[in-house]
Design a binder for this molecule. Structure first.
Ligand SMILES: N[C@@H](CCC[C@H](N)C(=O)O)C(=O)O
Length: 287
């Protein structure tokens, strides 16, 4: 089976995008993993599939699969890539574009300078909605947030860290670190991702606060490992920092692959994310 694809990235978080409106895309977990493989396949952090939708007032549906083949609810950088894709390939002239994801409907705006702004919706803090099991834990109230202790334990790490938990449609655990370049992303990331208190696993964010409007961020993503940027992770970190009284909106998020701007006016408000999305090349793969 031959499939046409487009390779894209948003701040270095890279994607293989398939048009499911004009070709039938029904891939197995092994095929997703092969496509995402950087040596034997095309290479990607996530695979995105753009599909038609029957829903009134909605332009498309788009589905997100991590490099490990698991389907997930939301992807911020992927949403911007999706908007660029359907605009540049003239699949719609709408601006804003409304798209259905597993986490709900989101709205995307193509800006005059080519960047994309996404209304990511409201962050969710209810533990059952993340999901996060805080049973038996004693949290520390900080601003509007409660910071939770998470005990990490394996043969090389035995440590308690403090995390904020937030869902941007997908689950995030965010911790503050003093120096992002020295943050233990590789050693702690897998332990946080697979911690038993997160039944659906979690994306692990490490943020260094530069000032009240600027952070540096690294994210060890669920199902993909550390990526050069994570859009939902940037939203989650900004939201956590604002709730803890450490940051004020808007927040510039400096990831290793680029910069995202996040605005959030507090509880009950939507999170707005602006950043780049780039088409790298088109191709065809035989699966
Ligand atoms: N890179 C993404 C997030 C992709 C999904 C994530 N790994 C998960 O499993 O929830 C982004 O830009 O938000």
């Amino acid at each position: 089976m031959k499939l046409k694809f487009t390779k894209m990235h948003g701040a270095g978080n890279d994607f293989v995008v398939f048009n499911g409106c004009d070709q039938d895309i029904n891939l197995t977990t092994a095929q997703f993993r092969f496509i995402a493989d950087r040596r034997f396949g095309i290479g990607a952090d996530q695979i995105l599939i753009v599909e038609k939708t029957e829903k009134a007032g909605i332009d498309f549906r788009y589905r997100i699969f991590n490099a490990d083949g698991g389907e997930v609810e939301q992807c911020g950088n992927g949403a911007r890539a999706f908007a660029r894709y359907v605009t540049d390939f003239k699949m719609t002239s709408h601006n804003p574009i409304r798209v259905e994801t597993k986490a709900g409907i989101i709205e995307l705006f193509i800006e005059n300078n080519g960047t994309v702004t996404v209304n990511m919706g409201k962050p969710e803090f209810a533990h059952a909605r993340i999901p996060f099991d805080a049973n038996g834990l004693k949290g520390t109230p900080t601003g509007d947030d409660t910071v939770w202790p998470l005990f990490l334990d394996n043969e090389s790490v035995s440590q308690e860290i403090d995390i904020s938990v937030v869902s941007m449609g997908n689950p995030h655990a965010v911790q503050v670190v003093r120096n992002i370049d020295e943050a233990p992303v590789a050693s702690q990331g897998p332990l946080i991702e697979n911690h038993k208190r997160f039944p659906n696993r979690v994306n692990a964010g490490f943020m260094e606060i530069e000032n009240r409007h600027s952070i540096r961020l690294r994210v060890f993503e669920r199902g993909a490992g550390e990526t050069l940027a994570c859009g939902t992770g940037a939203c989650a970190a900004a939201v956590a920092g604002i709730r803890r009284g450490l940051l004020d909106s808007p927040v510039t998020v400096k990831a290793r692959g680029g910069i995202l701007e996040i605005a959030w006016n507090g509880y009950g408000h939507d999170v707005m994310m602006t950043g780049p999305a780039v088409i790298v090349f088109n191709g065809e793969i035989d699966l």
